[in-house]
Each structure stands twice: as C-alpha cells, then as structure tokens.
Design a protein around this ligand. Structure first.
Ligand code: UGA
Length: 466
C-alpha cells in the first residue's frame, strides 16, 4: 500500500492497515511532519498513535516516487479545506493525483479524502484514467481515530464492480474483526458491515453522515433553547428522547454549537455543491444558521446576567472544538472567547489538551495553565469544551478563587446540583432564564433535574456509530 497524506485520516488508516498485515509506505508533502514520523513522534496527539509508531515498519517519506513505486493499491487521504465561498479546496487532491499518475503503476486508487460528489468520476475520467478509482470515505472521529479505524461502524466504498474484491481483501481482517489485539484494543465481537455502491453514492454517503449528525445537534440545540424559554428540563427531555432507537442516545448533548475541521466544512460544501446543481438545500442552510447563532445566543445570556458587572472577568474552561483533542479549528469556544474579548471583557482561558495558543485567539485573551489559575478573581466560570475534568472539577475550590458566583455551562456537562452546592449560580441556554416578567429560580429548578446530558454523552457508542 501507499498512503498519500499523513493527517489524522491518512496516518490512522496507514497505522491500522499495517497492524492488520499490509506493507505500507506513507508520503506527505510536509517535510517537518515526515521527519517527526521518521523519529516515531506523534504529530496528531491521537490516542494509540505513539504506541503504534513505536513498533511500526511504515516507511515515511516526502518523496512521492519512493512511496508510490511498486504498490498494489494507493489510498489518497489529503486535506480538502474550505474555501471562502464554502466549496472544498481540491488542489491537494489533484496535486496528489498528479503524483500518482506520474510515479505509480495503474493500480486501484482509493479516495479517502472527503470530496464533493463527482470528484472520483472526474479523476477516473481525467488525470487517473489508466488507474481504477474507488471512493472510500472515512467516518473517523478525532480523538478516537485508531479505535474507529479498527472497529468501524461500517466500511463504505464505491467504484467499478471488478474492484470490490480488492477493497474487501484490503480491509479483510477489519471486516471480519479477526486481527491481533493491540494493547487494550481488541477486535469486536461482530463482523463490520460492508456497503459497496457507485462512486457518487459513496461520496454523498460521507456528506450525508456528517450533515445528518450536524442537523441532529442543531435540532437538539433548538430544543434546548426552547426548553430554556418555556421552563422545561432539557436533561430529562434528552434522556427520554434517546431511548427511542430511531433517535438514539448519542449526539444529543446541547451546547454552544458544533465545530471542528469536518462538520463546518462538510455541511457548507454539501450545501454549495447541491446549489451548484440547482438544488436549494434549505434545511441545511437553517442548520448552519442555527449553529452560527448559538454562540451569540450564549453570549447574550451572559451579557444579560452580568450586566451589573463592569468589565467582567471571565474564566473560560476549554478552547478545543471538543474534548480529547488539541484541535481548535472552528472551535465554538474560541469564537466565544473572541466575542467576549471584543466586548472588552477580561478573559482567561484554560484547556487541558491545548498546549499551543490557537492562532485565531484574540491577543487580549490570556491563557492559564490550570483551571484554578484561570478562576482567580473571575466573575464567572464558563464551560467552553466538554472535557470530563471540567464535569468533575472541584467547583468549591474554583468558587473560592473567584470574585463572583456565576457558572455558565456551554456544554451541558455540569450537574446543577453540584454547582449549587459549591455556591455557584448555574446559567445555561436550556436553564429557565430570568425575564422582565418575573424570574424563576434557575438553580432550584435545575437541582432537581439530574445530569442526563452527561449520560447521553457517555452512552455514545465507541465504535464510530455516533
Ligand atoms: C466528525 C464525525 O463525527 C466523524 O464521523 C467524521 O468522520 C469526521 O467528523 C470527519 O468528517 O472526518 P469530529 O470532527 O472528530 O468527527 O467531531 P465529533 O466528535 O463528531 O464532534 C463534532 C462537534 O459536535 C464538536 O464540536 C462537539 O463538541 C459537538 N458535539 C458532539 C455536541 O455539541 N454534542 C454532542 O452530543 C456531540
């Protein structure tokens, strides 16, 4: 095998393919990354990657000739970032395809990058005409990419029927779940479903999966907002909703919105390429608008509750777009930090996974090395990322370091009873909000409600079937 691209999709897939017995070479244009990998260093911070790198025989190179010569199959996994108009930037895909056309024998090329529908057909008809192009989208989550690659919820591929057996053979022991255990990672009890289709359907399956999940989250955020204004208990609601197998319990935790390098890029790309074909995807536009407004809604709640505090000091817990990653790309927590800083608020942020200051974080936001340090003198604690250590934090200790007593939960991970017990007033979009017409005691109401949000997250299946 050759894998083109050593991002979290390419590298995780390469490591797992080698683990199940393939001889793998990986090429990446980023020489610094290649040098790190050659020294066995994990450039991603993904669980299990370091250990797999310690024992790997993968050849990492920046030279496509070295990687692509004498291969039986090639997996293309380069990035497809979002352009300013929402469309996917395919320049890395076409440049990699050019390398393949120049340096490889005409073998199957599996396109694992997320590409607009029709891209694999274009490659097949054009630059890769003498190769056999298969669309093979991935469903890996950052933070559990190795686990998701070893125990996927399904493997989807599309192309000419003659290539089906090659793909089944390639993923053979993952499909059968009969590979050797790796540390605590063992094969699952059941075979993995394999879905073979045409290239366009495989490409659209990927977008449909991400767009559906984003829609589910925007919907639950709307219900949470409605719960806040009508005085209903979102924790009880999502706990009951998730019991319906048609709805399922995963991806029901409300918050300040979904982010990361995939959802925002993919939902906008789907909306854009549907629109290019003359189809107006109104539902998806509403999903995107809902998400864009969620951070602003949260900020408006904070501004109203802190209106009597001149230039509030805020301790923001979390910068990453989700827990268990250092990735801050399109992070709602970073967007919130910047909006607070724009208002002249004094923001000190802390994130247990983020060692390098995000490039797009406002320069006036200070970064602390512990939650306790961020809390010193703060008027409010704000949860920006769903790290378990924030859910379990010693709220009493944080409260003692603060000047004020407000806790704004942007991720539905704090048990309001614990917040109240620590002397913190709990605020969230889903907590009944005080209005001019008369206020309901938020803390008392939420104390009785338990923490079904945390339950909903805990019950997400670990096999990528999120
Ligand atoms: C997502 C998909 O889940 C993967 O299946 C897909 O392969 C990947 O994109 C991709 O296209 O490569 P990922 O970006 O790693 O994976 O992030 P998720 O775990 O899906 O979370 C996305 C966002 O939703 C985060 O901001 C997270 O905080 C938010 N979220 C998630 C919630 O607000 N509530 C939830 O209940 C779950």
């Amino acid at each position: 095998m050759a894998v083109v691209g050593a991002g979290y999709v390419g590298l995780s897939t390469a490591l797992v393919l080698e683990h199940i017995g393939h001889e793998v070479r990986v090429v990446d244009a980023d020489l610094d990354r290649v040098l790190l990998l050659q020294r066995g260093r994990d450039p991603l911070g993904e669980p299990h990657v370091s250990k797999l790198l310690d024992r790997t025989n993968i050849l990492f190179t920046a030279d496509p000739r070295v990687a692509l010569a004498r291969r039986e199959a090639i997996l293309l996994a380069v990035g497809t970032p979002r352009l300013s108009d929402g469309r996917a930037d395919l320049s890395a895909v076409f440049s990699a395809a050019g390398d393949i056309a120049r340096h490889a024998a005409p073998v199957p090329v599996l396109v694992r990058s997320t590409v607009p529908v029709g891209t694999a057909d274009r490659l097949q008809a054009g630059i890769l005409t003498s190769f056999r192009v298969v669309s093979n989208p991935e469903f890996l989550r950052e933070g559990s990419a190795i686990l998701d690659a070893l125990r996927p919820s399904r493997i989807v591929a599309g192309g000419a029927l003659e290539d089906r057996s090659t793909v089944e053979e390639l993923y053979g022991s993952i499909l059968r779940q009969d590979y050797a255990p790796f540390g605590a990672l063992k094969a699952g009890p059941d075979p993995v479903p394999f879905r073979w289709m045409d290239r366009r359907s495989a490409e659209l399956t990927k977008y449909a999966a991400n767009a559906f999940l984003a829609t589910k989250l925007s919907f639950v955020n709307e219900i949470a907002n409605v719960a806040g204004v009508v005085g209903a208990d979102i924790r009880a609601i999502i706990g009951a909703l998730g019991l319906d197998p048609r709805i399922a319990p995963g991806f029901l935790r409300p918050g300040i919105g979904w982010g990361g390098s995939c959802f925002p890029k993919d939902v906008k790309a789907l909306e854009a390429f549907a629109n290019d074909e003359g189809y107006d995807f109104t539902l998806l536009r509403a999903v995107i608008d809902q998400n864009n407004g969620q951070v602003e809604r949260f900020l408006a709640l904070m501004a109203s509750e802190l209106s009597r505090v001149p230039s509030p000091h805020i301790a923001l817990l979390g910068l990453a777009f989700k827990a268990h990653t250092a990735d801050c790309r399109e992070s709602p927590a970073v967007a919130l930090a910047n909006l607070m800083a724009d208002r002249g608020w004094q923001v000190t942020a802390y994130d247990p996974g983020v060692a390098t200051r995000p490039g797009d974080l406002s320069p006036s936001v200070r970064v602390a090395t512990t939650a306790a340090a961020a809390a010193v003198g703060a008027d409010a604690l704000v949860i920006g990322t769903e790290w378990p250590e924030f859910a379990d934090a010693e709220l009493g200790t944080l409260r003692a370091a603060m000047r004020g007593d407000a806790l704004f939960d942007g991720r539905c991970i704090i048990d309001p009873a614990r917040s109240a017990a620590a002397g913190l007033r709990y605020f969230a979009l889903w907590a009944t909000q005080s209005t001019d017409a008369g206020s309901i005691d938020v803390t008392l109401q939420m104390v009785e409600s338990g923490s079904a949000c945390a339950d909903a997250t805990a019950r997400e299946p670990a096999n990528g079937a999120s």
